[in-house]
Structure formats: structure tokens, C-alpha cells
Design a protein around this ligand. Structure first.
Ligand code: DAV
Length: 396
């Protein structure tokens, strides 16, 4: 089964520029490096979603618990018919059959990554089944180490432990501590955003998710900065972020100030009844190629059209409507992983998206993932880029 991170750190990447010209958008080299530009010797080096991927962390299915029912759950679980399931089973183990099927998917994903030449690291096991508490709240359990993308924001040579809005994910960073220490020893920077209190003051009292035809509203207050790493997505000098059920305006402002002046953080306007993370809504796949959800992305920032990017609308998902999804919507098909500017890992069964990717000049690699999606998210959620071979640039 999955082992805790144990293999030695591979030699640092040589700082080779990205291969291939951008399809339509202009890219320009960054101005001479300021403090934040990654040191060439750091084992952590990521500026965007598409430079050639060298090392990645992939989540583990073992020990995963059904997220305990808590204040944030009605804001993130799309399907109201599942609320009773969470109320009855939250804080218990997922049924073994579901875990086995999810594990087969994730190990198939790892196999593909390794076959494509990517070094894959795994989080550590952790006692997610233990009750947890902080002043003002307590829960019967944590969740899992399924989705590293949410927990750590990796940019340049820095790892940022994010201030997550789910109480049940408060200790999730612990599954990645050994890896963080190893990367730190190898030269990476490592910081934690202010650890949130997550008291009732963080959540809008009596929150009810909006219907499709209602204006956007969010379940979080501005009591303190909150965001998950997957609420933001990297695009060289520019980072795009959207408010969600786990990301508030203060969280966006914290990231903006922390990353300035090397990176500019732009907020993307969305409409989503159960918003959680930007990566099934707005996804810069490669220079000149922005994948968007047909309705959730209210307005594509003008900088994309001005710079000549193609705005690619994701086709309707083909996952059967009755496929059980406990933590995301069928649009999880958008949650792909780029191995470089062309190779894209996409869920098997999503033939329309595969066809669209080919038309858009990408090389899809299909991997069965519906059973992982049942309890978790997509390829992007299940992974965390540690090193991509490329340089800091502006694509606008
Ligand atoms: O609605 O499917 C999932 C995004 C997870 N990072 C959705 C959003």
C-alpha cells in the first residue's frame, strides 16, 4: 500500500525555459528576479499549470473518513439528498468497497504519472479517526489525505500552508509535514498562513445556498483570512482566485499581500450555488488556452482576451447523472492535470472533453477516475505540483 514519503530528493531541475511557443498568447520573460523568484537549487519550483512536470504529490485513500457534518457542509454538498448520509455517517469510515474502488483509480493515476516520467510522492498516514477540538468547536474526526491540492499552495520555491475554512481539515497539513521538512532542507521556503480560529464568527448564521437564479452569496464572513490552495490557480506572474465556501475576501487579500510584488493576484467573478475551488470553473491550461465552465465563470478577466488567449468552454460532462458524487459535481471533469503544454490527464468516459482537447491541440491521456471522484475530486485535487521545469514569465 502507500508508503510515507521516503525516497531521496531527486537532483534539482536545471532552469530550462519552457519548450514550445505559446499558441496565441504572448509571453514575456520576467523582469530580473526579486526576492521570491525560485532558487535554481530548490526542489520546489512551480510557476504555472503547464511547465513540464517533474515531481508531484498524490493523495492517499487509506484511512479516509466521511467528512463529519459541520457548519460548512450545506454550503459545499450540492446534492441535498446526501445531507442525511453525512449526518448519519460523517466521522465514520467510508464503506470499504468504495475505498477499494477509489484506491484502484488513484493508483492507476500514479502509474500513468510514473510511466510519463514524473516522480510521485505520497503523504503520510495519519489518525484521521481521532476526535479533534479547538476553543469554540469540536468534531468526531478529521477527513483524509485525499486532496493535497487544497492544503498547500506551492508557488516559486515556496510552500504555503493554507488557512482552510473546514474545521474537519484543520490538521490535514500534518500528513505533509515530512515532505515539507524534506523540501525545506533541500532549500525550499515554507510558511504557514495565520492559523484560523474557525469559531462560529467565521460562518454566516442560518446560511442557505443560493438557487441557480439567485444572486451569488457565500457562507463565510470576513472574520479572518480563509482560503484553500485550490481556490487559486497559477499563471506565471499572475495568480487567479475566486471566493468560495472556503475562501473569503480577507483570504484573497492575505494572499495578494503575501505574494506582492512578484505576483499579482486577480479575483475572478463566479456564479456557483455551491462554490468550492477555482479548478472546475476557470483553468489556464497552457499559454493561450483558458478552460472555463459554461456558466460559473461570470466574466473572463479582460487581460486574457486582450492578450489573445483562446477561451475554451468545457463541454457538458458525460458522467452518468446517477453516478454518486459526495464532494463535487459532474463538472469535476474539468479538474484535469497538465503534464506539459500538451499532455493532459482526463477522466476516462469524458469522450466529448477528450475530443475537444484534441481539437484544441492537446494530447489527452485517459485515466479511469469516476470512483475516486465519488468520494473526492479530480486529478487536480488529488495532486500537488512540486516541481515543473520552467521560468517565471508574464503571459499577458
Ligand atoms: O463543483 O465539482 C470541485 C472542485 C474541487 N477542487 C465542483 C467543484
Amino acid at each position: 500500500m502507500n508508503q510515507a514519503a521516503s525516497s531521496p530528493v531527486p537532483p534539482p531541475a536545471s532552469p530550462v525555459p519552457t519548450s514550445g511557443a505559446p499558441s496565441s498568447a504572448a509571453s514575456s520573460p520576467a523582469s530580473p528576479s526579486t526576492g521570491r523568484a525560485a532558487s535554481p537549487s530548490s526542489p520546489v519550483h512551480v510557476y504555472n499549470e503547464w511547465d513540464p512536470l517533474e515531481e508531484v504529490v498524490v493523495g492517499i485513500v487509506e484511512d479516509a473518513m466521511v467528512p463529519p457534518w459541520d457548519v460548512i457542509m450545506p454550503a459545499v454538498v450540492h446534492d441535498k439528498t446526501l445531507w442525511e448520509f453525512f449526518k448519519a455517517n460523517g466521522g465514520k469510515r467510508w464503506p470499504l468497497e468504495m475505498l477499494k474502488k477509489a484506491e484502484a483509480d488513484v493508483e492507476g493515476f500514479v502509474h500513468i504519472l510514473e510511466a510519463e516520467g514524473v516522480t510521485v510522492r505520497r503523504p503520510e498516514r495519519f489518525a484521521w479517526d481521532r476526535p479533534i477540538a479547538a476553543p469554540g468547536w469540536s468534531l468526531p474526526s478529521s477527513c483524509y489525505a485525499l486532496m493535497p491540492r487544497d492544503v498547500l499552495f506551492v508557488i516559486g520555491d515556496e510552500i504555503i500552508e493554507t488557512p482552510m475554512g473546514w474545521r474537519s481539515r484543520y490538521f490535514e497539513h500534518h500528513a505533509y509535514k515530512s515532505l515539507c521538512k524534506e523540501y525545506f532542507q533541500g532549500g525550499a521556503r515554507w510558511v504557514a498562513a495565520p492559523r484560523p480560529e474557525l469559531t462560529d464568527a467565521d460562518y454566516v448564521e442560518g446560511y442557505v445556498a443560493p438557487e441557480e437564479d439567485e444572486p451569488q452569496r457565500f457562507c463565510l464572513t470576513e472574520h479572518e483570512p480563509l482560503f484553500d490552495a485550490a481556490d487559486a490557480i497559477k499563471c506565471g506572474r499572475d495568480v487567479f482566485i475566486a471566493r468560495s465556501s472556503c475562501c473569503n475576501g480577507s483570504g484573497i487579500e492575505w494572499l495578494r499581500r503575501h505574494l506582492a510584488p512578484e505576483f499579482s493576484v486577480h479575483e475572478v467573478e463566479i456564479h456557483d450555488t455551491h462554490p468550492m475551488h477555482i479548478d472546475a470553473t476557470f483553468y489556464p491550461l497552457a499559454p493561450g488556452k483558458l478552460l472555463v465552465h459554461p456558466t460559473r465563470c461570470v466574466k473572463v478577466p479582460e487581460m486574457f482576451t486582450t492578450a489573445g488567449w483562446d477561451v475554451l468552454t468545457c463541454p457538458e460532462p458525460l458522467m452518468p447523472a446517477d453516478h454518486p458524487l459526495y464532494n463535487c459535481s459532474r463538472w469535476i471533469c474539468m479538474n484535469v492535470l497538465m503534464l506539459d503544454e500538451e499532455r493532459v490527464i482526463v477522466s476516462k468516459g469524458e469522450d466529448d472533453l477528450v475530443r475537444a482537447f484534441k481539437k484544441w491541440g492537446l494530447k489527452p491521456i485517459e485515466c479511469p477516475f469516476y470512483d475516486f471522484e465519488t468520494i473526492g475530486g479530480g486529478f487536480h485535487c488529488a495532486s500537488l505540483d512540486i516541481r515543473r521545469r520552467g521560468e517565471l514569465k508574464s503571459y499577458f
